[in-house]
Write a protein that binds this ligand. Structure first.
Ligand code: PLP
Length: 355
């Protein structure tokens, strides 16, 4: 039986997507060839790339609004650098809400002045800073919408004139936002969209071409836009599976429908964390809690062994917290079934009964 996969990333993908992907490995589109042995310039693969880009923009409500969708390689980590390469001329503002923000700041520092407008490092990133000021003369403001490791999520975004760049790796396509507020959105595929190997980057074209430096081709969003994500060989399999997941999401009713399920899953697990005296949530303020990654701990460390045994026996995978936080992390991405969260909550109740 398939495990209940709470892994933080790479993570659970929809079963029908995995089935179709495995068929395409053997025989893609009835070509009697594998998806991964045909040219990326063949009409069959070009159609996949175009469909994936179209679906991404459609889900985000950004078609015909001056945005381009790219599927590139290097992971979300590459965008920490590529964003600064393309946008940072003098000064940029960064909000530091965790490990990934910290890494993006480190890269940007190589290109210009970085103003860290606020940080939650003082409390091991267990909250989202509020009421910070963003200087008006910055080239852009960068934030991380969901902090995968710590389990916090931005619910509000600043209203500013400068372009907003957002790392949405772990909550893209999970909730409705006015995505037109953002000039660049990027997300490594392996959290809510597909396998590792490709990154979705949604760029509003009018923010490009404003820096004076020479940008190497692979680093230049304009080059990739000009070549429709085919400047070099794309990660064909990762793009294909991402396309299938975006199709699956469309059949499910899109972001608005999946958001309702995601909220139910999060409510279920957080209610149990708050109710059950054996558990304690890691995130201080309820409004900062992530609907994607719920971080929590045991109040009595001696229950670790019985709890670990219980969830493993229930067929749960990937519940251990990140080493910088410890405890547990239930990652509940789009493809995780409500039933899996119910099983986890049953296990938490069972621990209370026997513990
Ligand atoms: C996982 C993750 C990253 C890093 O992604 P890579 O594709 O491994 O580079 C960056 N940001 C966030 C928010 C993440 O969750």
């Amino acid at each position: 039986m398939k495990k209940h996969n709470f892994s933080a990333g790479p993570c659970v993908l929809p079963q029908p997507v995995l089935r179709k992907a495995s068929e395409a490995i053997l025989n893609f589109n009835g070509l009697d060839l594998s998806l991964i042995e045909i040219s990326h310039r063949s009409k069959d693969f070009v159609a996949v790339m175009e469909r994936a880009q179209k679906l991404a923009l459609e889900h985000l409500g950004l078609q015909n609004k001056g945005y381009k969708a790219l599927f590139l390689q290097g992971g979300a980590s590459m965008e920490f650098l590529r964003v600064a390469y393309n946008l940072l001329e003098n000064k940029a503002a960064y909000l530091n809400t965790g490990t990934w923000s910290t890494k993006s700041i480190k890269e940007a520092n190589m290109f210009g002045e970085v103003v860290e407008v606020a940080s939650s490092k003082d409390q091991n990133f267990n909250y989202i800073p509020k009421n910070y000021t963003i200087p008006s003369d910055v080239d852009y403001f960068h934030c991380t919408s969901n902090n995968t490791i710590f389990g916090t999520q931005l619910k509000d975004f600043p209203k500013i004139d400068a372009p907003i760049v957002c790392d949405m790796s772990s909550d893209i396509f999970s909730r409705q936002l006015d995505f037109s507020k953002f000039s660049i959105i990027y997300a490594g595929a392996q959290k809510n969209m597909g396998p590792a190997g490709t990154t979705l980057i949604v760029v509003k074209e009018d923010v490009l071409g404003k820096v004076s430096r020479t940008i190497p081709s692979l680093m230049d969003y304009k080059v990739h836009i000009g070549k429709d994500s085919m400047f070099n060989t794309p990660a064909v399999f990762a793009v294909y599976v991402s396309m299938l997941t975006l199709e699956w999401l469309k059949e499910k009713g899109g972001i608005s429908a999946i958001e309702k399920v995601n909220n139910k899953k999060a409510d279920l697990v957080y209610s149990e964390i708050d109710r059950n005296p054996l558990f304690k949530g890691f995130v201080a303020n309820k409004e900062d809690r992530s609907t994607m990654n719920a971080t929590f701990n045991l109040t009595d460390k001696s229950l670790k062994e019985p709890f670990d045994t219980l969830w493993q026996e229930a067929g749960i995978n990937g519940l251990n917290g990140h080493r910088s936080v410890g405890g547990y992390r239930a990652s509940m991405y789009n493809a995780l079934e409500f039933e899996s969260v119910q099983i986890l909550v049953d296990v938490m109740k069972e621990l209370e009964r026997i513990g």
